[in-house]
Design a protein around this ligand. Structure first.
Ligand SMILES: CC(C)(COP(=O)(O)OP(=O)(O)OC[C@H]1O[C@@H](n2cnc3c(N)ncnc32)[C@H](O)[C@@H]1OP(=O)(O)O)[C@@H](O)C(=O)NCCC(=O)NCCS
Length: 163
């Protein structure tokens, strides 16, 4: 089952992220995003009473002279090592991207493996017009509104990213 995360999930979410990445940095990022009020939403994958995966989206405004475009940063995405390669990561992305659309988010950006995120529709060429702290094949975008990123703009990552 994929569902929105609740505060009671936070300790288990920390454990999932730590196990998936093998370090605490990404779990600390998630907690800082929550504390700063920059978290948009989080989803978890649950089986029985246990949580197996987690995904987070934070505010990522794109600033242009003509105004601001509401976008989101997908980070991090984690699945417990023993449950990887069963489609949970993709299921988490699909459910949470639908939520992003429903909230009126115009685009989602991710910095990640170029062999993985295109499965959910992300493309590096869509992110190219943006002025951002990242570039190259790992910096990918998904447009909820086709063509919305063509006009470029400056991407403002939340403070917790430290970029
Ligand atoms: C990335 C991650 C969330 C994918 O979750 P998942 O549930 O295994 O993903 P899916 O089952 O939907 O997709 C499987 C694909 O993910 C990739 N993948 C999953 N586990 C992997 C692993 N241990 N090593 C390398 N690639 C892996 C492969 O491309 C795999 O495709 P394949 O089975 O056709 O080779 C998960 O591997 C993870 O938590 N990794 C550690 C944290 C991380 O790197 N997060 C992403 C940051 S960019």
């Amino acid at each position: 089952m994929i569902r929105a995360a609740a505060p009671g999930d936070f300790p288990a979410i920390r454990a999932i992220i730590r196990h998936a990445f093998g370090r605490a940095d990404e779990a600390n990022l998630v907690e800082a995003l929550r504390e700063d009020g920059d978290m948009l939403y989080e989803f978890v994958a649950q089986e029985g009473i246990g949580l197996l995966g987690h995904i987070a989206f934070s505010r990522l405004p794109i600033e242009r002279p003509a105004g601001r475009v509401e976008a989101a940063a997908l980070a991090p995405l984690s699945v417990l090592p023993a449950f990887q390669r069963q489609g949970l990561g993709l299921a988490l992305m699909e459910a949470s991207l639908a939520q992003c659309r429903a909230l009126g988010c115009k685009a989602v950006l991710v910095l990640g493996r170029p062999s993985y995120y295109p499965r959910a529709g992300f493309r590096a060429d869509l992110a190219e017009p943006l002025e951002a702290p990242f570039s190259g094949p790992s910096f990918m975008a998904l447009e909820m509104e086709p063509g919305v990123l063509k006009a470029g703009g400056r991407v403002r990552y939340a403070k917790a990213f430290g970029v």
